[in-house]
Design a protein around this ligand. Structure first.
Ligand code: G3P
Length: 217
């Protein structure tokens, strides 16, 4: 499973990239706003850190404007994936931009029907939002399973980019189901390393090292 980092914070991306944990980056208008930076500048800087897909989202709501914005975003770097919302305008923009050879990430997906439409419109990635479904007591992980089943039934090449990931459990559950990509905030990726028995076991080793006076250097 590919790991994308879901943030526009440069330092956080760089730190995980240096550990080999970044296969791509996703941003959205809220993450860009949180960064306080110009979308074109910060996206260009992100593209300089990773060669993997970098999703930059349009802010227009009409298809023709989305297409114009998408073409401008795509010029930033070869690894740009233009992010469009799952609306009919977004699907029209997806079809046009993907036909032009631009990677498209269709976002704000909350149903299998929406995911089917995105695949037929030529989406490179589909972004089902797990956490926001869980927030309203629906089952976000079930959506990932259903899309996996439907895409595999018909050999759709659109990659499932699991998004709105809130926990390390979401990451492992996505991997068990077979999501192609999971995009998560830096803290969630880091939390994947945490286990109380690891901490306990290491403390026990260190106590014995001290007791026995074990030295290597
Ligand atoms: O990429 C989509 C993601 O940023 C949304 O996450 O936690 O705001 O639902 P969240």
């Amino acid at each position: 499973m590919k790991f994308f980092v879901d943030t526009a914070e440069i330092d956080a991306i760089q730190e995980l990239h240096d550990l080999g944990m970044v296969d791509g980056v996703t941003t959205n208008p809220s993450l860009i706003a949180k960064s306080g930076r110009d979308i074109l500048e910060v996206t260009r800087e992100i593209c300089g850190i990773t060669n993997g897909p970098v999703s930059a989202e349009v802010v227009a709501l009409e298809a023709d404007d989305m297409i114009a914005e998408g073409r401008k975003l795509a010029k930033i770097a070869d690894n740009i994936a233009v992010k469009v919302p799952l609306t009919w305008a977004g699907l029209k923009a997806c079809k046009t931009l993907s036909d032009e050879g631009t990677m498209v990430n269709v976002t704000l997906c909350f149903s299998t029907n929406q995911a089917l439409l995105a695949a037929k419109a030529g989406a490179t990635f589909i972004s089902p939002f797990i956490g926001r479904l869980d927030d309203i007591n629906l089952d976000g992980m079930e959506l990932i399973e259903d899309i996996r089943t439907v895409y595999d039934n018909y050999g759709f090449e659109t990659q499932i980019l699991a998004a709105s990931i809130r926990s390390a459990n979401h990451m492992s559950d996505c991997a068990k189901i077979g999501a192609d990509v999971a995009t998560a905030p830096p803290n969630v990726i880091k939390a994947m390393a945490n286990h109380i028995l690891t901490d306990k076991g290491l403390a026990g080793f260190m106590a014995d090292v001290k007791k026995a006076g074990i030295k290597i250097l």
